[in-house]
Ligand binder design. Structure first.
Ligand code: BTN
Length: 296
């Protein structure tokens, strides 16, 4: 029977541990994760990381917390961050003179890094829901929130980002998805339990390994991105996109309409073919994309 698994919690997910994490990254010469702060509790790792950024913190620095008391989500939402139930981390990036319209591409890079890491570290095969959710079984398991400190020197067309904070929240062990979340959210553990009746060590989730792999993958994607004139992962991203070629609902502040999601373009915008055959470019920002019957 599904759900009746004789297994200790500790076998399913270790607690995050700074020493173990640093050991896993030792000798890899990554620019991402060269300095790691693991906090017992933070209000929001994005807020802490931004504060460190404003005081000159170095590129690639990572802030992790075992819990967040005021985790932040997209579009002014919160992010449920119970102690030791998830991975809550923020990466500080200094990118010299990155035009502001390219900052959203960093969110797509983070999505690719997390998607490929979950695939590597678990028996699960997640997909990406544009722009920045990772989904399993049609439900969200990861959210990404990119924030920046920028200046436009008086002219919005010339805006540049001084530093960017990419915040990643992964539901690892959570089981309590009640109310509205029941049809929308899931955790890695919950999805693993659906795969197999008894969970053995092969199916355990090692949080430290998962974080180390995400940092390694992020480093790889970020370095390629930095040295390319075009977004180098268009094909890979579109292959992993859950809504591709499906009908989606686009929910804007004042308007809602339907169309077929064709995939993303070089700018990271989602191309949607409307019912009148017009193709529109959707930029992330304040827009939500949903499936016709639910979340995907
Ligand atoms: C979303 O709404 O989908 C984005 C959620 C992002 C949550 C993460 S958890 C770590 C980092 N710190 C925060 O306060 N938010 C992000």
């Amino acid at each position: 029977m599904k759900g009746t698994v004789m297994v200790q919690n500790s076998e399913l997910a270790d607690e995050l541990n700074q020493k173990i994490l640093e050991n896993k990254l030792k000798g890899k010469s990554l620019s991402i994760g060269n300095e790691i702060y693991l906090m017992e509790s933070a209000d929001s790792t994005n807020r802490v990381c931004k504060e460190i950024g404003s005081k000159g913190g170095s590129h690639g620095l990572v802030v992790l917390a075992k819990e967040q008391t005021a985790g932040r989500g997209r579009i002014g939402r919160g992010w449920l961050s119970k102690k030791n139930e998830g991975i809550y981390m923020s990466i500080l990036l200094h990118i010299k003179e990155l035009p502001i319209d390219k900052v959203s591409l960093l969110t797509l890079i983070a999505a690719l890094a997390v998607q490929s890491s979950i695939e590597k570290e678990t028996a699960l095969l997640p997909r990406i829901k544009w722009p920045n959710d990772i989904v399993l079984n049609g439900k969200k398991v990861t959210g990404i929130l990119t924030e920046m400190n920028s200046s436009n020197g008086g002219n919005p067309a010339n805006a540049i980002a001084y530093y960017v904070v990419v915040g990643i929240g992964i539901n690892v062990k959570g089981e309590d998805f009640s109310g509205e979340l029941a049809t929308k959210a899931t955790s890695l553990k919950h999805e693993m339990l659906q795969l197999k009746e008894g969970v053995d060590s092969k199916y355990a989730i090692d949080m430290n390994s998962l974080v180390a792999t995400i940092l390694e993958r992020f480093d790889f994607y970020f370095n390629q991105f930095k040295s390319s004139s075009k977004f180098p992962f268009l094909e890979e991203y579109n292959k992993k996109l859950i809504n591709k070629d499906n009908v989606v609902r686009i929910i804007e502040k004042e308007e809602e309409y339907r169309g077929i999601a064709l995939g993303i373009n070089e700018k990271g915008a989602l191309l949607v073919k409307k019912e009148n055959n017009q193709i529109v470019e959707i930029m992330s920002g304040e827009v939500s994309v949903r499936g016709v019957y639910g979340y995907v």
